[in-house]
Design a protein around this ligand. Structure first.
Ligand code: SAH
Ligand code: DHB
Ligand code: MG
Length: 221
C-alpha cells in the first residue's frame, strides 16, 4: 500500500462523485500560484465536510485555519439560505488569497475571514452577540488543538458538530512516548474527549492523496 495507490483511488472516487467545479479548481490553482502549501483537504474530504454540514442543517459555521479557503468554500456552500461562516487565519497572505478565492466563488458576503492568532480571535468572537455555531471545523496548527476544541465547545450549543482534521498523524497519535508537539496536541484532544461528559466522539483513520491521517467527529451534548 502506498500513497500512489491511495491517490489513484482518490482520483477514482473524485471522478465518480465530486462534480468538477470551476470555483474550487480556481481556488487550488490560485493557492498554488501564490505559493501556499498544499495542505488543503482533498476534494472527497471537502465533500465529506460539505455533506456533514448539510446533515446538520448548519446555519452558522466556524472554521479555524483557512489557508486559501478551499475547505471554506465546501463548507460555506452547505449553509442554509442566509447562513454565515466565520474563518480564522494567522497568515495575512493566506487570508488575502482566501478572500479572492471566496469572492470568485460568490461567497464574499457569506464568509467573514478574520486574521490573527485563533486563540486571540476566539475570545473576541465569544464576546459578540451571535447565535451559537452549529458546525465547527478545526484545521489550524495542531499543538493548539485542545485549546481550539475548548473554544469550539464554548461557542456551540447542544447538537453542534465539531470536526477536527489531522488527528491521526501517520499513526503517531498512538505513540505515547512522542515528543512532537503536534502529536501531543491531537493526543490532548483525545484525553479531553476521554473524560468529557456529554460529548460523543470518534476518530477515523484515513488514507488518500494527502497520505495517512484521520479526523475526529464530535457531537456536543
Ligand atoms: N482548512 C484549510 C487548510 C488549513 S491549513 C483547507 O483544508 O483548505 C492550516 C492553516 O492554519 C494555515 O493557513 C495556517 O497559516 C493557519 N494557522 C496556523 N497557526 C494558526 C493560528 N495560531 N491561528 C490561526 N490560523 C493558524
Ligand atoms: C498539515 C496541516 C493540515 O491541516 C493538513 O491537513 C496536513 C498537514 C501540516 O501542518 O503539515
Ligand atoms: Mg488539515
Amino acid at each position: 500500500m502506498s500513497i500512489e495507490q491511495w491517490t489513484l483511488v482518490d482520483r477514482y472516487i473524485t471522478d465518480a462523485l465530486v462534480a468538477p467545479d470551476a470555483a474550487l479548481d480556481a481556488a487550488l490553482t490560485a493557492s498554488e500560484a501564490a505559493g501556499l502549501p498544499g495542505i488543503n483537504v482533498s476534494p472527497n474530504q471537502g465533500k465529506l465536510l460539505h455533506l456533514l454540514a448539510r446533515v446538520r442543517g448548519a446555519k452558522s459555521i466556524l472554521e479555524v485555519g483557512t489557508l486559501g479557503g478551499y475547505s471554506t468554500i465546501w463548507l460555506a456552500r452547505a449553509l442554509k439560505p442566509g447562513g454565515k461562516l466565520v474563518t480564522l487565519e494567522l497568515d495575512p497572505k493566506h487570508a488575502e488569497v482566501a478572500r479572492e478565492n471566496l469572492r470568485r466563488a460568490g461567497l464574499a458576503e457569506t464568509v467573514d475571514v478574520r486574521v490573527g492568532r485563533a486563540l486571540e480571535l476566539l475570545p473576541a468572537l465569544a464576546q459578540e452577540e451571535r447565535a451559537p455555531f452549529d458546525f465547527v471545523f478545526i484545521d489550524a496548527d495542531k499543538q493548539n488543538v485542545p485549546g481550539y476544541f475548548d473554544w469550539a465547545v464554548k461557542l456551540s450549543a447542544s447538537g453542534s458538530v465539531i470536526v477536527v482534521d489531522n488527528t491521526v498523524r501517520k499513526g503517531a497519535v498512538a505513540d505515547l512516548s512522542t515528543t512532537d508537539v503536534n502529536v501531543k496536541g491531537v493526543q490532548g484532544l483525545h484525553d479531553k474527549l476521554r473524560s468529557h461528559p456529554g460529548i460523543d466522539a470518534t476518530t477515523i483513520q484515513t488514507v488518500g492523496s494527502k497520505g495517512y491521517d484521520g479526523f475526529t467527529l464530535a457531537i456536543v451534548g
